[in-house]
Design a protein around this ligand. Structure first.
Ligand code: ZN
Length: 461
């Protein structure tokens, strides 16, 4: 398919890198967000290429941008989505200032947002420009519209970004069949076998306060059943006990890929785990490296991790109340009632009087998309060429992204922003000091993103 000549890539990639660095130089730290200048910059670049876009402000300086390249309407649109905001940075802990977009002599590009996720936003922008150049400027129409949504406020939950857009402007993009988002496309190595994650689901959030009460008293006369002591017991139990395993469609596919592609004992273990009537005992006996163990446990279970402790104010006073903040995460298909039952079972009858107060009236929903269809086919075909020998690994993300606001509109959201198979630590660099991405990795992201989009908008189903 001669839409893109190999000789066109040099200019395209140089332009894309410039736009990526420009975006890194705009401080969109959230809070407060201030995405307006980033949205304006993207709008200007699009305008230079005769692409109209609209900026929608959810609050002063909180901006979302949307644009659409028309297709012939024979198939529903593809949505590319990404957030422009970033988390805070401590400049004195960086080798180069976090909003410098500094490119080192070896090609390493530094900046807050370099891996989460201005690289993906810049790759989507480059893809739009190339689709315009290769199709519309040649009087060709793709089969699908391509919609691009650059969002505010992902890092603090999306109130001014994805949620606001879904609530107020869904009519501008809800006709999309599927979306490409962050959350996958990262290479990982398991026992020497290379995988590329593709996010097919997200856990939900159900955080709560756990509270123990007792009679206050003098610190000189110990009270073994004081609230503070019983809360400590509860925190220890919750923090050191895994809740029961529940297999979801995504984790089944995840384990099946591992069973099919690992070798020896490792392959046998994953196959057993899939088939076992008692996966909890199997996992308890497993001997993985600690990181793999924690990750696997977190995607197989609801989790309740203590993150805040509050009690007491004076050394000689036994406090009447003690409370712990617990970060609760729910698997797809799990209700808050299921979750509370599991927590109560860990606490046991001796701690049955502890109060659970949910931090929000309703849990944030968990998501799971069917991993099939034209977008997945395009991803598989492109990655077979660009990442040979690498297996796509369907992944359930333990955190949350903007997908939570967009998927309920009926759009299948896949987290897939591809990075090279030898760039293994993309995810660890997100939110860290010296967040950075090599120019080569960025170029790879642009080329593969474009290839996936080109394929999906030109192919019949
Ligand atoms: Zn992100």
């Amino acid at each position: 398919m001669p839409y893109m000549q190999e000789s066109d890539w040099a200019t395209a990639l140089a332009d894309a890198t410039r736009h990526f660095i420009d975006l890194l130089q705009i401080d969109t730290t959230n809070p407060p967000g201030n995405e307006r200048p980033a949205a304006q910059h993207i709008a200007n670049v699009l305008a230079q290429h005769n692409i109209e876009s609209v900026i929608l402000e959810s609050a002063p300086r909180r901006a979302n941008l949307i644009t659409r390249l028309k297709g012939d309407g024979s198939l529903p649109p593809l949505l590319m989505m990404g957030h422009m905001d970033v988390v805070m940075a401590e400049p004195d802990k960086w080798s180069h200032p976090p909003f410098s977009g500094h490119k080192r002599a070896d090609g390493m590009i530094f900046g807050r947002g370099a891996t989460d996720m201005k690289q993906t936003v810049a790759a989507a922008l480059a893809t739009l420009l190339l689709i315009k150049q290769n199709f519309h400027d040649n009087k060709l129409l793709p089969k699908r519209d391509v919609i691009f949504l650059a969002l505010a406020d992902e890092e603090t939950g999306g109130t001014y970004g994805a949620q606001w857009m879904a609530e107020h402007h869904a009519d501008l993009f809800s006709d999309a069949e599927f979306a490409l988002n962050e959350g996958g496309g990262m290479a990982t190595d398991i026992n020497g076998v290379r995988y590329m994650t593709i996010q097919a689901g997200e856990k939900g959030t159900s955080r709560f306060w756990l509270r123990a009460r007792g009679t206050p008293g003098h610190g000189s006369i110990p009270m073994p059943n004081a609230g503070i002591v019983r809360l400590a017991d509860a925190v220890h139990r919750l923090g050191s006990t895994w809740l029961p395993i529940h297999m979801t469609a995504t984790t089944r596919r995840f384990l099946q890929v591992l069973a099919d592609t690992q070798t020896g004992e490792s392959a046998a273990f994953f196959q057993q785990l899939l088939e076992s009537a008692d996966p909890d005992s199997l996992m308890a006996q497993a001997t993985f490296d600690p990181t793999m163990q924690r990750t696997l446990n977190a995607i197989l279970r609801n989790t309740a991790m203590p993150t805040i402790l509050r009690s007491g104010g004076q050394l000689n006073v036994i406090p009447d109340v003690a409370e712990a903040g617990i970060d609760g995460r729910l698997l797809p298909g799990q209700s808050r009632e299921d979750f509370e039952r599991e927590i109560r079972a860990v606490l046991g009858p001796g701690l049955a009087d502890l109060e659970i107060e949910w931090a929000t009236p309703e849990p944030a929903i968990a998501l799971e998309s069917e991993l099939e269809g034209p977008l997945l086919d395009a991803i598989s075909e492109v990655m077979a060429v660009h990442a040979p020998g690498t297996h796509l690994l369907p992944n359930l993300v333990t955190g949350g992204t903007d997908a939570k606001a967009i998927a309920p509109l009926g759009i299948k959201v896949f987290g897939f922003s591809p990075h090279p198979a030898d760039d293994l630590h993309i995810f660890e660099r997100a939110h860290a000091h010296d967040e950075r991405l090599h120019e080569k990795s960025f170029h790879y992201c642009v080329r593969t993103t474009y290839a996936i989009v080109e394929r999906v908008i030109t192919k019949d189903v």
